[in-house]
Design a protein around this ligand. Structure first.
Ligand code: SAM
Length: 202
């Protein structure tokens, strides 16, 4: 898949993994993380972790919106790297990772136990297409987790949430961003070079 050639971790990613003693790096194909049947229904991509420098930027931009975020939710959290990072940053009351693959959720939970100071992280095994976001202003993170059909299903299930709570979507490798625009989201900003963008409904 196209994402693969943009996988370019640097010293920050190696440091994060080593310092916290967690297992978040590496690429895993769909066949390694889910049954064929599950892969077909989830419409998902393979596992690949988001680089730390993106997480720095996302956190900074989220803070600059002035929104008093209650939750951080990573839809398709994989081994939990983004959740671990955000929990340590301390900017959210709840940090939730939603992941369809049971093997990845198991690794994410091991990582949470390994890291410590992560009591506010929940890792939930669920299909994003039927997952309801928690109440309260939420920073929803998507790192190109699934295709446009699954994305539009996730949005339609949570449309009322976005209207009511003013939550924001941070979308990395934002290839299906048209889905968001067609659903009524506005682009707050977009970094074309890094394909990172923020969206809100209000
Ligand atoms: C590109 S990885 C992103 C990992 C993580 N968000 C990060 O940034 O480190 C995409 C993840 O989405 C998961 N996924 C794919 N389809 C899904 C679905 N329908 N519901 C929940 N998770 C899904 C995949 O199993 C994979 O772990």
């Amino acid at each position: 898949m196209e994402t693969e050639k943009y996988y370019d971790p640097d010293w920050r990613d190696r440091f994060f993994q080593k310092w916290h003693g967690v297992d978040v790096e590496g690429i895993l194909p769909v066949s390694a993380i889910a049954s064929d049947e599950l892969a077909a229904t989830s419409r998902g991509t393979f596992y690949q972790p988001i680089p730390v420098r993106y997480l720095n930027r996302i956190l900074k931009s989220a803070k600059s919106t002035g929104i008093p975020f209650r939750n951080f939710v990573d839809m398709g959290c994989g081994k939990g790297k983004a959740c671990l990072y955000m929990a340590r940053a301390g900017a959210f009351r709840r940090v939730i990772g939603v992941e369809i693959s049971s093997s990845l959720i198991a690794i994410a939970r091991d990582n949470r136990n390994q890291m410590g100071n992560t009591a506010n992280i929940e890792f939930v095994q669920a299909d994003a297409q039927t997952y309801f976001l928690p109440d309260g202003p939420t920073l929803v993170f998507l790192f190109n987790p699934f295709d446009a059909v699954a994305l539009s299903r996730f949005i339609s299930v949570n449309l009322q949430h976005f209207k009511r709570h003013g939550s924001i979507i941070a979308y990395a490798f934002d290839i299906d961003r048209e889905v968001l625009k067609n659903s009524g989201f506005q682009t707050l900003w977009r970094d074309t070079k890094n394909r990172l963008s923020f969206y809100s409904m209000t």
